[in-house]
Design a protein around this ligand. Sequence first.
Ligand code: ADP
Ligand code: MG
Length: 601
Amino acid sequence: MNGRAGAPVIRVLDQATVNQIAAGEVVERPASVVKELTENAIDAGARSIRIDLTSSPTGISSVRVTDDGSGMSPADAILAFTPHATSKIAAITDLDRISTLGFRGEALASIAAVSRVTLITRPRDNPGEPGTKIVITGGVIAANTPVGAPGGTGILVEDLFFNTPARKKFQKSRNTELAHIHGLLEGIVLAHPSIAFRLYHNGMEKLLTDRDGTLPGVIARVYGPELARDLIPVSAPGPLVQVSGYISLPAQSRKDHSRIRIAINQRYVSSPAIINAIKEGYGTLLPKDRFPVAFLSITVDPAMVDVNVHPTKKLVRISREPEVMLAIRDGIHTVLFQANLMPDAGSPTQELLPEYHEETAVQQPAPDEYRIPDIQPGIVSEPTHAGTIMTDRQLRRTETETGVPPATSRIPPLQVIGQFGGIYILATTDTGELVVIDQHAAHERILYEIVSNHGQDDQVLQELIVPVVLHRTPRESALLRELLPALSCEGFVMEDFGRDTFLVRAIPVFLGKPEDLGMIDEIISDLTSPESGQRVDNRERITRVIACRGAVKAGTVCSQEQCQRVADQLRQAKNPFTCPHGRPTLIRFSKEDLDGMFKRT
Ligand code: ADP
Ligand code: MG
C-alpha cells in the first residue's frame, strides 16, 4: 500500500511468489514432505519404499524417498513439477472415483518451490527408456540430464524453507518433527500391509515392515508383538461399508486414542467421528475417559468420500455418515460380544486404571509394609448377623426365579472357595483355573443389566413411608428438573417443591430398603455432579448410578454361600467381564500362570 491515505495499488504476483504461497498449504513442515513423497511412491505402485531422514540439532536437514514403483519418462519427470500437473485425474468428475492418494498435482511443485529437490527416475516397465535426473532449487530448474538409474523413483529434498524464512522460523525442534514423521508413517504403513517400508534416521534403522501382507504383522513391527498378540479380528462386511481390522480387549484400554488408526479406502485419516463410533461399540466395556486400541480399515464406495476438503487430505468428508458410523459401531459391538473377554493374569490390568478410586476403598497396606497375603479356604472373618441379612437382601434383588445359570454362559461354572479381604471372591473353574472376582464390580454388572433391561410395566419403585426433602443449589435444581421424567421411569418419584427443594416420594426397588436416607441425597448428587458422564443419555447415567449404589460394597464380608450366589449370578450376565465403568469383574489365573509366578517352570 502507498501510504495511509492513498488508494491501494493492486499487483498480480509473479508465479514464483504464487507457488511459494500455495506451498504453504501443502508443505507445512518436514513431515508434510515425507507424507507427499511417500504417498506418491504408493500411488506409483511401489512394493518397497525406503525413507531416509537426516537431521542436525536444529532440525530435519533432508528427506529422501526411494521407491521401486512405475518411475517416470523424461517428459513426465519435468511435468511432475508443474503446478496442477497430475497423472491421476483428468477432470473434476474423476474425483468421485479417486483411488489414489494424490490427485491435486500440487505436492511436487510446492515442495520444489521452497527447497532444493533432486529427482532421479526411470520407467520400471519400459527398460528401453532412459533415466532422468532433475535438480530444482526454489522452483528454478538447475539441471535436467539423462542418467543411468534403476527402475523407480528417488527424490531427495534438502534446504527446506530456505527461501521462506518466516516458515522456517516456525519449525519446531528436531524431536517434535521426528515425532510427527513417526506418527504419520505409522498410519501409512498400517494402511498398506502389502508394501515393505524402511525408515532410517541418520543411517539408523527406525522402522521396518516386510511385505507379509498381514495387518497383525505390521502391528507387531510397529507396536511390538505383545500388543499384536492380544488383538481380536474384526470383519464386518456390509452393503454400504466394510469394516475390517483388529481391536483390543477392553482391558487393554488407554488414556488417549494414540493407538487408534483408521484408514478409509486405504487412506490414513484422522476422524473424531469414527473414534467416537469405535468407543460406542465398546459401550460400557470401557470407562468414558478411556480409549481402546483399534486398527481399522474401512472400505466404502469412493464416491461417498470427499477427500478434497483439506490440502493435506487427512480430513475427509463422508456422505451418509450416520449409517457409516452405525456400521462401525455395530461391527465392533458384535465382535466384542463373541469374544472371550475374561482377562487372564498375564494382561496388565492393574496398571490400566490407576486413576480409578473406588468410593468405598478399603485400606491398603503401606507399600513398604510387607505382608504375606492371608488367603485361606472359607471366609476370612465371620459376617455379623445384621450384615448377613443386609447382604442377603441385596443379593436377592438380583436373583432370578430359577437361580440356574443359563447353559450358554460366557463364563465356565465357578466353584467358590472363599473370600479375600472383604473385596475378592476366589473361585475355581472345572478346567482347573483360579478366578478372582471383584465382588462389588461383579454385583454392579449384574444389577446394571437388570436395571437396564426392566420392562415398562415392571414394578421398579418402592414408596417411602416418609418422603425425603432435598435442598439443591439453583444450578443443581436446573439439572435435576431436566432429569425428573427419566428418574421417574427408573423408580425415583420426585416432586419439584419450588425454591430449589424437591420431595422424594419413591426410590427404585433395586436400591433396597435405604437404611440411611443420606444415601438418597448422595445418589441424586451423583447425578448432578459436573463429572457425571455427559456423554451418555440420562437413562444410562441413572442406571449406572443405581447399579453402583445398589451393589454389594467392597469391604462387605460375605459368607461362602453368598459369594457363590454372586458368582452364579455373574454367569447369567450377558456381558459378565466388566462393570459398567469398564473395570474388570474377574481375572483368571491358569496353573501355568501361577507356576510361572513361582518360577516352577
Ligand atoms: P499428485 O500426486 O497429486 O498427482 P504430485 O505433485 O504429488 O501430484 O505429483 C505429480 C505427478 O508426478 C503425479 O501425478 C505422478 O504422475 C508423478 N509422480 C510423482 N511422484 C512419483 C513417483 N514416486 N513415481 C512415479 N510418478 C510420480
Ligand atoms: Mg502426490
